[in-house]
Design a protein around this ligand. Structure first.
Ligand SMILES: Nc1ncnc2c1ncn2[C@@H]1O[C@H](COP(=O)(O)OP(=O)(O)OP(=O)(O)O)[C@@H](O)[C@H]1O
Ligand SMILES: [Mg+2]
Length: 260
């Protein structure tokens, strides 16, 4: 487990899980680099206690317009989107990225690939292409772990964002629809030959846990762990503050201890 993508249907708790896994790895003595590849949501730095969001990695590469033009050139010479390269280096360490583009918060680093900022600015293909290439080319030190927050759904698999990832953690709510998306994620990750784990999140105490396990079993989905619904997590989201929950975060830590 070195480069981990956290995936799932919208709102299932991917960003919460990125936060909790970061804390758990940090406790084990790892330096964690969190990569935000979700072009819509803005709350992850806040959740991690990062006061100033760094400039997007897209800006490091010259900005969206320049990346888009570069991609168009490659398209017209016949390259497929999943093969297009806009990062010149074959590989690079995190230390090579300028300070404005990477937030340093103790043993946590934070990088955001790029957001949609303006109406009519065009699609998110450049973000997908950069995410794929960044994750493939970045070289981590021995005690570094990379945790990637992904956009809801599975489009990023189509864009090959998971190519450089070794582990996919699917997050699901205890509902049939949410577990169906997790199943799709498992199937896609399996084709890409990635390690895959499923965590069911926001599970109320009581019978629902058994029901969710039953649905997962019927879908042939192995469940690595369950995280219960925790009002403290929700309260932190209401306040827009770093998560203060003890129980849900401890549950994630226990799951991780079983996995590594
Ligand atoms: N175990 C939990 N208990 C209670 N609330 C939770 C739990 N996990 C996540 N939440 C809440 O659910 C909401 C969605 O969580 P989060 O933003 O992490 O989901 P997401 O999958 O990243 O969403 P998106 O698809 O929009 O990126 C937030 O308000 C969060 O506080
Ligand atoms: Mg999110």
């Amino acid at each position: 487990m070195k480069k981990i993508a956290v995936c799932g249907k919208g709102g299932v708790g991917k960003s919460f899980m990125v936060y909790s896994l970061t804390k758990a790895f940090q406790k084990k003595g790892f330096n964690v680099c969190v990569v935000d590849t979700d072009e819509s949501n803005l709350g992850l730095p806040e959740m991690l206690g990062i006061k100033e969001t760094p400039l997007a990695f897209m800006e490091y590469l010259g900005g969206k317009k320049s990346v888009q033009q570069n991609m168009m050139k490659r398209f017209s010479s016949g390259d497929k989107e999943v093969k297009i390269s806009v990062i010149e280096d074959e590989s690079f360490p995190l230390a090579e990225i300028g300070n404005q583009y990477i937030a340093d918060h103790g043993s946590i680093k934070f990088i955001t690939i790029g957001k949609i900022n303006m109406p009519m600015e065009g699609c998110a293909c450049p973000m997908g292409a950069i995410s794929r290439e960044f994750l493939e080319k970045v070289v981590l030190q021995e005690n570094e772990i990379m945790i990637v927050d992904t956009e809801a759904g599975v489009e990023h698999f189509g864009r090959g964002v998971e190519k450089g990832i070794d582990t996919v953690i699917a997050i699901s709510e205890p509902t049939r629809e949410s577990l169906s998306v997790a199943k799709r994620i498992f199937d896609l990750a399996s084709v890409m030959d990635k390690k895959r784990y499923l965590i069911i999140n926001k599970v109320p105490y009581g019978q629902i846990e058994d029901k969710a396990m039953g649905i997962a079993r019927a879908m042939d989905l192995p469940v690595s762990g369950i995280v219960h619904y925790d009002m403290d997590v929700f309260n932190s989201a209401i306040e827009g503050t770093e998560i203060t929950s003890k129980t849900a975060i401890l549950e994630v830590e226990e799951i991780l201890n079983k996995l590594i």
